[in-house]
Ligand binder design. Structure first.
Ligand SMILES: CC(C)(COP(=O)(O)OP(=O)(O)OC[C@H]1O[C@@H](n2cnc3c(N)ncnc32)[C@H](O)[C@@H]1OP(=O)(O)O)[C@@H](O)C(=O)NCCC(=O)NCCS
Length: 126
């Protein structure tokens, strides 16, 4: 599952998770790619998220999609008071959108189903 909200030009990725049995099969990447595409379609020009500083798998995924560490939130997580990295793509401009499209083509080549379940976003509600 994945969740994000979009407000004043910012897409904030709040949730992304794949069932443990299905990890490593590009589904997390498909979710992130779709959320970024939907965010852009909704008018987002930047994207942000928080991630546990120990979560190397997720950090790798976000770096692949151009996120960079822009801050640290101390004791952000309630369960163990772990810090979060604040990561951002600060400019989802034409060059970034071209990068996103290249990544998506590579993803669809490896996981063709992604193109069917994860196609172009529908128009936002009026
Ligand atoms: C993070 C998560 C969503 C990734 O989803 P996934 O479907 O397993 O990942 P994918 O197969 O789509 O992999 C995409 C990229 O993630 C990174 N990645 C995935 N598995 C990895 C691993 N075992 N080690 C290092 N990097 C890894 C790589 O950058 C990979 O791209 P590549 O294959 O081109 O190298 C998944 O591991 C998850 O649900 N984790 C628990 C919840 C969580 O931590 N969510 C993030 C909260 S901020």
């Amino acid at each position: 599952m994945g969740g994000f909200w979009c407000a004043v030009g910012e897409a904030h990725i709040s949730t992304i998770a794949v069932h443990p049995d299905w990890r490593g099969r590009k589904l997390g990447e498909a979710l992130l790619s779709a959320m970024l595409a939907h965010g852009i379609a909704l008018g987002a020009v930047e994207a942000v998220l928080e991630v546990r500083v120990s979560n190397d798998v997720a950090i790798n995924l976000y770096r692949k999609y151009g996120f960079e560490i822009v801050g640290r939130r101390p004791h952000y997580y309630h369960d163990n008071r772990e810090d979060a990295w604040l990561m951002a793509v600060s400019q989802m401009d034409a060059a970034y959108q071209a990068r996103l499209a290249r990544l998506r083509r590579a993803l669809v080549a490896r996981v063709p189903l992604v193109d069917k379940v994860n196609g172009a976003p529908s128009a936002p509600a009026p």
